[in-house]
Design a protein around this ligand. Structure first.
Ligand code: ADP
Length: 179
């Protein structure tokens, strides 16, 4: 569908490391030194250049790591992409509303990607894996924030969903967001 800013939002079921896009967003952990899930898959397929760039960021601007809601770009190594944008999702909490941090992940990743000149950006469902965010709410926040924030030069935002459940929740969220 078309956002007010004319950005096309697409849903794909598959592996985010297999996408041909300008920027692949990584659901990173705050150490920037790799982890499981999307993070592990990106480092495995992208090769050591991404980890080397992350280590440089740790040695310079992000000595304490990346905070939830922040985003920073590196090379995409051997991925079919120009950049990986690393963002750290909030861990789901039953007692505290951390949705502003999850919104910030999408907004900041788009800002970083746009600054680099990315036209196509692929996102995973941030925080919905190890970090435990419920998929229905994670999908609503993702779709709402991308529709509100995506702007040129970004032309396409692609949500890459690993399984049928995630795909279904994003489909519903996108349908509900349609004006
Ligand atoms: P977080 O730590 O932010 O929760 P995860 O990487 O654990 O991040 O999971 C985020 C979402 O990405 C989950 O819904 C998970 O099923 C999905 N996922 C895991 N690997 C991939 C992959 N290679 N491509 C796309 N999505 C993936």
């Amino acid at each position: 569908m078309s956002a007010p800013s004319d950005v096309t939002v697409t849903l794909v079921r598959g592996d985010i490391t297999r996408q041909s896009v300008d920027a692949v967003v990584n659901a990173a952990n705050s150490s920037l030194l790799g982890g499981g899930g999307v993070d592990g898959a990106i480092h495995r397929r992208g090769g050591p250049a991404i980890l080397a760039a992350c280590r440089e960021l740790r040695a310079s601007r992000y000595g304490k790591g990346l905070r939830p809601g922040q985003a920073v770009a590196t090379t995409a190594g051997k991925l079919d992409a120009r950049w990986v944008v690393h963002t750290v999702g909030p861990v789901w909490s039953r007692n505290e509303d951390r949705s502003a941090l999850l919104e910030s992940c999408y907004r900041e990743s788009l800002r970083v990607a746009a600054e680099l000149g990315a036209r196509t950006v692929a996102f995973p469902a941030i925080s919905t894996g190890v970090y435990g965010w419920p998929m229905d709410d994670g999908a609503r926040i993702a779709v709402r924030t991308v529709l509100a924030e995506a702007a040129p030069p970004v032309e396409e935002v692609r949500f890459v969903l690993f399984d049928a459940d995630a795909y279904g929740e994003f489909e519903e969220a996108l349908a509900a967001a349609r004006p």
